[in-house]
Write a protein that binds this ligand. Structure first.
Ligand code: MG
Length: 293
């Protein structure tokens, strides 16, 4: 292992959240936007000034977000149990139910090149005693990965064999979808990242599974232009080859929830980790940013 994927040191940019999640580089404002879920607010870091401010308060516990094909921000809301769009601060719902039952608490989301919206739906925002949403029932009886076709508003359950699907990311050519499952041994499965072959909107398990040790769950993850997987893994970001060979570990002082590539050239890695936002310079970019500059 060598430091060929990152340069320089990890820098802490902000501290003061309870559980930071869902980072996204927003090209239109040249800022990093992320969720402080228990504090029910969205924060924004401006690298030009080095300052962090509150983008929005009382946001119904947003979690993961991604860039929509029109440049708007697509985000998950635990409290509203839906996936929604933020267009310059105007928030509208995209989907909140499956076959007549409410979603659990959408957690993380990606948009494919065909503009379809793929998201995970574990129950973290409705569990008893949750501080990340409102207690409620799992109405459709599972925790699925969904694909929303925005033009027809058709919602399809594309993955139904994970326990608590969480972070997700496509390979550069979108032939593989990687999905983290954060349920863990307490639910009879290992902490893991599972890869699925994707064809025509259908997902089939590829047979490749990354198992992580206890205390090191993969929550949010991203894929770079070379197809490598950059995943949260406890107090670290780990970089894996497409076949899950461990390439590098970036130690982080706090438990990492999620990450995103960003910055003016897309080569800065922003990391949300418990109370803080961190950044480290890399030698690569997000697969999706490269596909759609
Ligand atoms: Mg997550």
């Amino acid at each position: 292992m060598g430091a060929e994927f990152t340069t320089g040191k990890l820098a802490c940019l902000f501290t003061g959240s309870i559980w930071a999640e869902g980072p996204l580089w927003v090209p239109s404002s040249r800022t990093v936007r992320w969720s402080d879920i228990p504090n029910d607010r969205i924060l924004e870091f401006d690298p030009a000034t080095g300052t962090t401010g509150e983008y929005a308060l009382g946001v119904e516990f947003t979690n993961g977000r991604t860039l929509g094909s029109d440049g708007s921000v697509i985000q998950c809301s635990h409290g509203r149990r839906r996936v929604e769009r933020d267009s310059g601060g105007a928030v509208t719902g995209l989907v909140d139910s499956f076959q007549g039952s409410r979603l659990n608490s959408p957690n993380d989301v990606v948009v494919a090149r065909d503009a379809s919206i793929w998201f995970t739906d574990p129950p973290y925002g409705i569990l008893p005693g949750t501080k990340e949403g409102h207690e409620g029932e799992q109405e459709y009886g599972g925790c699925y990965v969904f694909r929303l076709e925005p033009a027809s508003e058709t919602l399809t359950a594309v993955i139904t064999d994970l326990v608590y699907p969480n972070g997700l990311a496509f390979s550069p050519d979108e032939s593989i979808l990687y999905v983290a499952d954060t349920a863990g041994p307490g639910h009879g499965v290992p902490l893991r990242v599972v890869s699925y072959e994707v064809r025509g909107g259908i997902c089939r398990r590829s047979g490749t599974i990354l198992e992580l040790e206890e205390g090191h769950p993969a929550d949010g993850l991203r894929v770079d232009v070379q197809g490598r997987i950059w995943t949260s893994a406890g107090p670290a970001v780990r970089i894996y080859s497409p076949s899950f060979e461990l390439l590098e570990i970036i130690a982080v002082p706090e438990t990492v929830s999620n990450l995103c590539f960003g910055g003016p050239d897309g080569q800065d890695l922003y990391i949300t980790a418990t109370t803080s936002l961190y950044r480290i310079r890399t030698t690569t970019r997000d697969a999706r940013a490269a596909a759609r500059p």
